[in-house]
Design a protein around this ligand. Structure first.
Ligand code: NAD
Ligand code: MG
Length: 395
């Protein structure tokens, strides 16, 4: 029986994780569930999955959770703050930690799970973008397992040989082909993008996801973050990662080998497949996902990405190549800009403008020999700069 902590249990990935977990009561049990502020949803999840711990990051919401669960027999111990998240990520009775908090807020608990040698099921790509070197080092030092949940990276993992960490060139891999849906505005006239509303940006054509990643998909910043994520996970560089726009989201990514072979992983776009894959690995377990019907799909299309339409994708490639603090600055500025867009303070093209302005204002620094506190300080400085640019645009 494997104990599981679900960080970000109330989110889109968290809910899918609990769905998979509940299909295998003989294999998994929920030890800890965490959320930021949504006490009502976490209370429901606690009644259903009976964890030993529940973490509400927000102290007032933690109090509300206590009230909501007052009459529950064997109710979970309620913890709060980032310390609570770190604590439940390193519990001895926990084998697997699902890292499904959105944004750089997921970094500390994800690192705690890696340091504690857990199987880390990584949905929180932002933690690799901000602190890739630190996270990969923590995994190597502790013997933790890092399994990708992001559908593209999970697909790539499935298409690579088991010894891929020897180096992609040594196992005959020429390039990784990272598929992208292109989001809802792939074919919109450019001049209409200034009128995009948060509702339109969040209505993704193929995936049902949280609001931040939905906006990231619409700007294609999501693909940019995923390029950086792929470089860390698979020990490669941007020259070996090609973005392929594939609107149907049926092929979740591909690996091209030296002999001309291209291996792909296909399936219906439902995150329970990569979640079940990573939770069951190396075995295959039921996910509840409807089997793929190729006759219903009928055709698969591919296009080159348009870097002029999607400046966020260009900025992410540039940051990946620059390295050092650039990806952390990119991520922090993007989090501020996306929140401002969702609050209707800036328009859709303003997101890329704020990110670009922040990257220009904070020149790249080396991260060589630097620890977590340095990166968190870079993150804070980039957020302040981005907020300043948002205010200037919001006028
Ligand atoms: P979501 O917004 O639906 O859920 C986010 C979760 O994080 C919630 O449980 C929330 O309570 C928690 N949270 C938010 N802010 C927090 C904070 N400051 N401290 C602690 N907890 C906090 O997001 P999501 O769509 O489930 O995405 C989660 C992560 O998974 C993101 O990094 C995203 O990029 C990645 N991801 C998501 C999908 C998807 O299909 N949704 C696919 C691939 C990768
Ligand atoms: Mg993805």
């Amino acid at each position: 029986m494997i104990g599981v902590t679900v960080l970000g249990a109330t989110g889109s990935i968290g809910v899918s994780t609990l769905d998979v977990l509940a299909r295998h009561p003989d294999r998994f049990r929920a030890v800890a569930l965490t959320a930021n502020t949504d006490a009502e949803r976490l209370a429901e999840q606690c009644r259903r999955h009976r964890p030993q711990y529940a973490v509400m990051v927000d102290p007032e919401a933690a109090q509300r959770l206590g009230e909501l669960l007052a009459d529950m027999p064997e109710r979970p111990e309620i913890l709060t703050g980032v310390e609570g998240l770190e604590q439940v990520s390193a519990l001895p009775e926990v084998g697997y930690v699902m890292a499904a908090i959105v944004g750089a807020a997921g970094l500390r608990p994800t690192l705690a799970a890696a340091h504690a040698g857990k199987r880390v099921l990584l949905a929180n790509k932002e933690s690799l973008v901000v602190a890739g070197a630190l996270l990969m080092q923590a995994v190597a030092d502790s013997g933790a397992e890092l399994l990708p949940i992001d559908s593209e990276h999970n697909a790539i993992f499935q298409c690579l040989p088991p010894n891929f960490s020897d180096g992609l060139d040594r196992v005959g891999v020429r390039r990784i082909l990272l598929t992208a849906s292109g989001g809802p505005f792939r074919d919109w006239p450019l001049e209409r993008l200034t009128s995009v509303t948060p509702e339109q940006a969040c209505a993704h054509p193929t995936w049902d996801m949280g609001r931040k990643i939905s906006v990231d998909s619409a700007t294609m910043m999501n693909k940019g973050l995923e390029v950086i994520e792929a470089c860390w996970l698979f020990g490669t560089d941007t020259d070996h990662v090609q973005v392929v726009v594939h609107p149907q989201s049926v092929i979740h990514s591909l690996v091209q080998y030296d002999d001309g072979s291209v291996l792909a992983q296909l399936g219906n776009p439902d995150m329970r497949t990569p979640i079940a894959h990573a939770m069951g690995w190396p075995e295959r377990i039921d996910s509840g996902v409807t089997p793929l019907d190729l006759f219903a799909v009928a055709r698969l299309d591919f296009q080159e990405p348009d870097f002029a339409r999607f400046p966020c994708l260009r900025l992410a490639f540039e940051s990946a190549r620059a390295g050092g603090t650039a990806p952390a600055v990119l991520n922090a500025a993007n989090e501020i800009a996306v929140a401002a867009f969702l609050d209707r303070r800036i328009d859709f093209p303003g997101i890329a403008a704020v990110v670009e302005g922040t990257l220009e204002a904070l020149p790249r620094e080396s991260v060589e020999g630097q620890g977590l506190e340095f990166l968190l300080d870079v993150d804070r400085r980039a957020r302040a700069q981005a907020e300043h640019l948002v205010q200037a645009r919001a006028g």
